[in-house]
Design a protein around this ligand. Structure first.
Ligand code: PEP
Ligand code: MN
Length: 338
């Protein structure tokens, strides 16, 4: 940590700051310039974070050197992490993985039909919300446990591993019985108790970026999960809130290369919730692969016009199949398979 001392600070004040750092167990390196003194604190700077050195007389600013996220950082682990779901489905490897399925589970027939078609198109993981985080309490909230049971049936029919969103820490055990990946939605990215629960649960987690979260905050949320002993985390960029209203959210494509530098975790893009409109899904999905994403999450519905949730951004299975063909070419161009 670097501590910059204000101009004209007395030696006594500087000594006081140095003493504080030393009593915290860190070594001190002092550099006296003509105008300013700079103190370098060497050692585990995390102990200094809670000491509020900024508040001490004479201190102008405090700059941490280490990243606040540790376990999920590239500094901690150089090689990219791969999450093995079994059955040859590896996330974060050369093969790009596509998660597809309806926004929410509605009934057995439409879910199984959809699962069969997305599998035939090359999706390796089935999505479907059972507990839905709806903005309005009067909108369809999902089928709950019955939805999870239907997902299990679709898995039995197709062999596809499944992912569904967990909203309440009290449902963690129930969710773990049914799903292969737990989804934490954008609205819960900073629900720290929930993050710690899924960290303890030990299942792979797909963590969506919060509606207005910075990448640093996103990584800190992943760190919460990792801090509980679970590093099987997929980060998912799903668009952020900006001044632009032409799309539901603004897809932050630069998140992918930035996160690739910062973390060893696999990174997915959800073009559906970014766009909010089905006709924008294909171009955004292609761009996602071109920019280095490890996978995609795409909403597909048998009959989007009558979907109970997010129909406007859902692809029909035929459109999804066509898109997968195009995505294979983009994947090949960037040295990946799909
Ligand atoms: C979803 O995947 O259905 C969903 C609600 O996504 P988000 O949390 O990104 O809004
Ligand atoms: Mn949705």
């Amino acid at each position: 940590m670097i501590i910059v001392i204000k101009k004209d600070t007395t030696q006594e004040m500087i000594d006081h700051v140095v003493e504080r750092i030393k009593t915290a167990g860190l070594a001190v390196h002092i550099s006296k310039g003509k105008e300013r003194t700079i103190i370098g604190a060497i050692g585990d700077e995390s102990v200094l974070v809670s000491m509020a050195l900024e508040a001490m007389p004479g201190v102008e600013s405090v700059m941490p050197i280490m990243k606040p996220y540790k376990l999920v950082s590239r500094e901690f682990r150089k090689e990219s992490s791969v999450i093995d779901l079994g059955g040859g489905v590896r996330i974060g490897d050369t093969e790009i993985q596509v998660i597809a399925g309806p926004c929410s589970v509605e009934n057995r027939q439409s879910l199984v039909d959809c699962a069969i078609q997305v599998k035939a198109a090359g999706a390796k993981i089935l999505r479907g919300g059972a507990f839905k985080p709806r903005t309005s309490p009067y909108d369809f909230q999902g089928l709950g446990t019955d939805g999870l049971k239907l997902l299990a049936e679709a898995k039995k029919e197709t062999g596809l591993p499944i992912i569904s969103e967990l909203m309440d820490p009290r449902d963690t055990e129930l969710m773990c019985e049914y799903v292969d990946i737990i989804q934490i939605g954008a609205r819960n990215m900073q629900n720290f108790r929930l993050l710690m629960e899924v960290g303890k649960a030990g299942k792979p987690v797909l963590l969506k970026r919060g509606l207005s979260a910075t990448l640093k905050e996103f990584l800190m949320s992943a760190e919460y999960i990792a801090s509980q002993g679970n590093s099987q985390i997929i980060l998912c960029e799903r668009g952020i809130r900006t001044f632009e209203t032409a799309t539901r959210n603004t897809l932050d494509l630069s998140a992918v290369p930035v996160l690739k530098e910062e973390t060893h975790l696999p990174i997915f893009i959800d073009p559906s919730h970014s766009a909010g409109r089905w006709n924008l899904v294909a171009p955004l999905a292609k761009a996602a692969i071109a920019v280095g994403a490890d996978g995609l999450m795409i909403e597909v519905h048998i009959d989007p016009a009558n979907a109970l949730c997010d129909g406007a951004q859902s692809l029909k299975p035929s459109k999804f199949t066509a898109l997968m063909g195009e995505l294979r070419k983009v994947a090949a161009a960037v040295g990946r398979t799909l």
